[in-house]
Design a protein around this ligand. Structure first.
Ligand SMILES: *[C@@H]1O[C@H](CO)[C@@H](O)[C@H](O)[C@H]1NC(C)=O
Ligand SMILES: *[C@@H]1O[C@H](CO)[C@@H](O)[C@H](O)[C@H]1NC(C)=O
Ligand SMILES: *[C@@H]1O[C@H](CO)[C@@H](O)[C@H](O)[C@H]1NC(C)=O
Length: 224
């Protein structure tokens, strides 16, 4: 009978074997299925990450090429004629020449206002508006040349004496600060106004001219 010989039969019955094989096969199918699933999801994940990376790189390159570079200021010349004369302050003049380079490939710059001020030991000794509002094309260099005198220059005999003192020891150091309000233009879009400061330290020799080592020196620029 079935039940009576079940136990003895079971002890060496080959039936559990196929059953076990069956289990193992199913187990492997399951494993293969699972690993296929992980492989597919890994593959999709990899594609997704690759896509993300590519988009990131494209965005970075776009940002690099479209991001505005600040204009570059270089002091070309600066002179205080008659620096050696004791009463030179009576008709004192300060002339300067600065180049402004828009190094951007595609971005133009509107200069809505521009002022030049000369400082001596952090005291403003003169200032005036420079140029007219103007637009600077990409890759353009514009020369700013101007002269401060009489009404735009406030040097008295006392400050002139200080210049003479400094001159006797070799150099008189001035600072030219150019303040401008600018907007960047990319295609037909414009940014808001930015206030930009360029500061040129200018050592002047006994002859009243900028020292040769400072000619064409870059002036640091910062925004507020
Ligand atoms: C600076 O300007 C003066 C006269 O304004 C000129 O004699 C001199 O050669 C100029 N220096 C340079 C480096 O251009
Ligand atoms: C200003 O400097 C530039 C560059 O050195 C020069 O080409 C230009 O002639 C100068 N302009 C004046 C007015 O000195
Ligand atoms: C830069 O632009 C100014 C004003 O538009 C122009 O007078 C000057 O010739 C230009 N310079 C160069 C090198 O293109």
């Amino acid at each position: 009978m079935y039940t009576s010989n079940r136990l003895p039969v079971q002890s060496n019955d080959p039936r559990p074997e196929p059953f076990k094989r069956h289990q193992t096969a199913r187990y492997y199918v399951h494993r293969v299925h699972e690993s296929l699933k992980t492989r597919v999801s890994k593959f999709i994940c990899a594609i997704f990450l690759g896509l993300l990376l590519t988009l990131g790189i494209i965005a970075f390159i776009l940002w690099l090429s479209l991001r505005p570079h600040r204009p570059r200021f270089h002091i070309q010349n600066f002179s205080v004629p008659g620096l050696g004369q004791p009463n030179g302050f009576e008709n004192a003049e300060i002339a300067f020449n600065v180049t402004i380079r828009n190094a951007n490939q595609d971005i133009g710059i509107y200069y809505d206002s521009m002022d030049g001020a000369v400082y001596y030991q952090d005291q403003k000794i003169g200032s005036k508006p420079l140029l007219y509002p103007f637009y600077q094309k990409p890759k353009n260099t514009t020369i700013v040349y101007d002269v401060l005198s009489e009404a735009t220059l406030t040097v008295n005999s006392q400050s002139w004496m200080q210049f003479l003192n400094d001159r006797n020891s070799g150099t008189v150091v001035f600072r030219l600060e150019i303040t401008s309000t600018i907007r960047f233009k990319l295609f037909s879009r414009q940014t808001k106004h930015h206030t930009m400061y360029a500061n040129c330290d200018v050592p002047v020799g006994p002859d009243g001219f900028i020292l040769a080592i400072s000619v064409d020196k870059k002036c640091p620029v910062y925004f507020t």
